[in-house]
Design a protein around this ligand. Structure first.
Ligand code: ZN
Length: 151
């Protein structure tokens, strides 16, 4: 990776850390999950409004290191409007980036986290918000709805 690209990627992380996107509780959320990374002290809650199979809106709230908070912020911007399957695929792409350090050819803001692979303990920081989001997608609706189940 060129020095210029490294600089750009650092800017992405710094920017999301200074000005987190979609931060705070989402009043209309119907899915919530909490993630905890005790090895670093990071916390992250993800609030999703799932409409059918699509993430209509989402937000995060939490505290912790710059990597964990910037990653959660970026995650919310990338998952909005995605289906659950698309969200899973995007997480797989992000997971590959942070574990191998290989960012896709095209400049992707997700590639900002490629440098994390050199610090294995920080991979959990970078993936915390994503895990919370995927858990929220798989979780039961909250609060309990009047949906009927075929059981
Ligand atoms: Zn952390």
């Amino acid at each position: 990776m060129s020095a210029d690209l490294t600089e750009l990627y650092q800017q992405v992380i710094l920017d999301h850390n200074r000005r987190p996107r979609n931060r705070g509780k989402l009043p209309t959320a119907n899915r919530v999950a909490h993630g905890d990374n005790p090895s670093c002290g990071d916390q992250c809650s993800v609030y999703l409004r799932l409409e059918g199979d699509r993430i209509a809106d989402l937000s995060f709230d939490g505290s912790g290191c710059a990597i964990s908070q910037a990653s959660a912020s970026l995650m919310t911007t990338r998952l909005k409007g995605k289906t659950a399957a698309e969200a899973e695929a995007l997480f797989q792409q992000f997971h590959d980036i942070v574990t191998t350090g290989q960012a896709p050819e095209e400049i992707s803001d997700l590639g900002a986290f490629a440098g994390v692979h050199a610090f294995p303990a920080r991979i959990k920081c970078a993936t915390l918000g994503w895990h919370a989001a995927l858990n929220a997608l798989k979780g039961d609706p909250v609060p309990a709805t009047t949906e009927t189940h075929n059981d």
